[in-house]
Design a protein around this ligand. Structure first.
Ligand SMILES: Nc1nc2c(ncn2[C@@H]2O[C@H](COP(=O)(O)OP(=O)(O)OP(=O)(O)O)[C@@H](O)[C@H]2O)c(=O)[nH]1
Ligand SMILES: [Mg+2]
Length: 294
């Protein structure tokens, strides 16, 4: 058996989370068309007869602006993922025609690991040029074209990763899909709907705080999973947009999130959403800590 940790890194929006979902054949982590969807290191576990691969999803690599402490946290999560991994899967977008300073920094950060270079979105672009660009700045043990959307190249990718992982027995029970809590995942699902329904910069200014999480498994007198959550914005203006006229937006987010949480947990759900303001929470260390970004 092989067993080890494959950290997936890359620019925002290249499809890192979508690829994990495609490999695990389930909606494990949230994805969206907006960059900087993923905010935490999340371990997802893949099992087959030959290997257990622990994939770490990470935020997209961006150079943090010193004032934006959330962005500093996102970069730290990437460094934490690199700290614990056995190999790096550097996911690039097949459509890239020019490297950025962040690409060079990523190459520097991962140079001591075996790197598999994977060009995603090969359903949309020919990957050859993008792969040749990145190969010049990062020696890799293998390169491959994949499409998380069309599920192309995924078996080959698993074979490649398995080849470069250390020998070892599985460390996670094969029943376990993710090394995180249901409560955290509920917050992520709500945030995914915020990203889906709200436009422009607003979703990036929203954080979710789960105030109450009472499951029938823990409280047998309840028939439904009860979740009370706060949708936190930085300003009153953003809060107004989040609520929408007559509460229409927050209702839409709630209805869609409730359905998705019901699907994920297999339980009927009562979801109670509230909008709150914590002024400038992305720049405030105490607020970031409270919201799980520290
Ligand atoms: N055409 C195409 N689109 C894809 C593919 N994989 C992902 N996408 C789309 O790319 C967008 C970003 O996907 P994510 O999985 O959220 O990307 P990410 O790299 O995790 O993004 P961050 O978490 O923001 O760093 C979404 O709109 C996906 O539907 C693919 O193989 N082909
Ligand atoms: Mg992501």
């Amino acid at each position: 058996m092989k067993c080890g940790i494959a950290a997936i890194t890359g620019r925002p929006n290249v499809g890192k989370s979508s690829l994990i979902n495609a490999l695990l054949k389930t909606h494990a982590v949230i994805s969206s068309p907006k960059p900087q969807t993923t905010r935490n290191l999340i371990r997802c576990i893949y099992n087959d007869d030959n290997a257990q691969i622990i994939f770490t999803d990470t935020p997209g690599f961006l150079n943090p602006d010193d004032k934006d402490k959330l962005n500093t946290f996102l970069k730290d999560e990437i460094l934490n993922a690199l700290d614990e991994c056995d190999l790096v899967l550097w996911l690039i977008d097949s459509g890239v025609r020019k490297l950025t300073p962040e690409d060079y920094q990523t190459a520097e950060l991962i140079k001591s690991y075996p790197v598999i270079l994977a060009a995603n979105k090969c359903d949309k672009y020919n990957s050859d040029y993008a792969l040749s660009l990145y190969e010049k700045i990062c020696p890799c043990v293998a390169k491959i074209s994949v499409s998380a959307r069309n599920k192309t190249g995924l078996d080959e990718l698993i074979k490649l990763i398995t080849k470069y992982l250390p020998e070892g027995e599985p460390v996670y029970d094969p029943e376990i899909l993710m090394d995180t809590t249901e409560k955290f995942m509920a917050g992520e699902i709500i945030r995914e709907k915020v990203l889906l329904f709200l436009r422009d910069e607003v979703p990036h200014c929203v954080a979710i705080e789960i105030d109450e999480y009472k499951s029938p498994e823990e409280y047998p007198d309840r028939k439904k999973l009860y979740i009370r959550a706060s949708l936190i914005t930085e300003t009153e203006g953003q809060k107004k947009i989040l609520i929408g006229s007559g509460g229409s937006m927050i209702k839409k987010i709630g209805a869609s999130a409730r359905q998705a949480i019901e699907q994920a947990t297999g339980l009927p759900v009562y979801l109670d959403l509230w909008a709150k303001v914590i002024p400038g929470w992305r720049k405030n260390n105490l607020a970031l800590k409270r919201l799980g970004y520290s």
